[in-house]
Ligand binder design. Structure first.
Ligand code: CA
Length: 271
């Protein structure tokens, strides 16, 4: 029985060694996971080199695909934290990849497009893109968008939400239960519709929402006057918030596309 005991002590020792090895491996994994993984889908090799270098310098891990088909494989096997997606790809329209991702994933997608056409932006946003950057773009702008998306996505569950059904960005507080909005502690009197718009944008804080997405969320149905109605309401909201024309505090306006409520420290200006 002494022999059996020795054997079991040995076994336990072996388990402890194995366990601590596993733990340190897990720790390394966790540390590596702190490095956000970006899937960059782009066929232009110059842009690819510049942006990949930039992102790696910023501490991101970059995996790259030059076609839609390759991107689909990488997305499934690597499960990136963010996707940066060029729409003009050689094998398929980048929109197809966007739709592929959105079938069962909420992974944030920033569309990178040479198309300055508003309709393409709206199409991409309505298909589930979180944001877009139009080529040519500044690297600072791209990095700012990535930071904002990661911040909003990582903390979406409690993004800006305070205990007791409240929400805060910058010095604006929304009390969802009381349907009240405060700026710097002072209540801003909004109409029901204005409040609904602000509350909806806050629920999607950081995401560019298209006119039609906001209209659907606030009125439930679109009609020919909807966009105008939304713009009038938004102008009133901005006035009541004390925001000057062209200023992007609280809410960014992208003409012809939609609106976005800015997260904290948002460094993106109205275009
Ligand atoms: Ca391209």
């Amino acid at each position: 029985s002494k022999h059996t005991m020795e054997k079991s002590v040995l076994r336990i020792e072996k388990m402890v060694v194995l366990y601590s090895a596993l733990r340190s491996e897990r720790r390394t994994q966790l540390m590596m996971n702190n490095k956000y993984k970006i899937l960059f889908v782009e066929d232009d090799s110059n842009i690819r080199t510049v942006i990949t270098t930039l992102l790696e310098t910023e501490g991101y891990q970059v995996i790259w695909a030059g076609t839609c088909k390759f991107a689909q494989g990488l997305f499934t096997s690597h499960q990136p934290d963010v996707v940066i997606l060029d729409l003009g790809l050689p094998d398929m329209d980048g929109m197809r990849f966007l739709e592929f991702v959105r079938r069962d994933s909420l992974t944030p997608i920033i569309v990178l497009s040479a198309r300055s056409n508003d309709r393409d932006k709206v199409r991409a946003l309505d298909a589930g893109a979180n944001d877009y950057v139009t080529k040519p773009f500044s690297t600072e702008e791209l990095l700012a968008r990535i930071r904002m998306i990661l911040r909003n996505y990582q903390h979406r569950a409690d993004s800006g939400k305070l205990p007791g059904g409240k929400f805060q960005v910058q010095d604006m507080v929304i009390d969802y239960d009381a349907r009240q909005v405060f700026i710097a502690g002072k209540e801003i009197k909004l109409s029901q519709t204005e409040y609904n718009i602000v509350a909806l944008l806050s629920e999607h804080c950081g995401k560019m929402m298209t006119y039609s997405a906001i209209i659907k969320g606030v009125w439930g149905y679109p009609d020919e006057g909807s966009t105008k109605k939304l713009q009038v309401n938004m102008a009133n909201i901005r006035k009541k918030f004390g925001v000057k024309p062209g200023e992007a505090r609280y809410i960014t306006n992208e003409l012809g596309v939609g609106y976005r409520m800015n997260g904290d420290n948002a460094d993106i200006q109205d275009s």
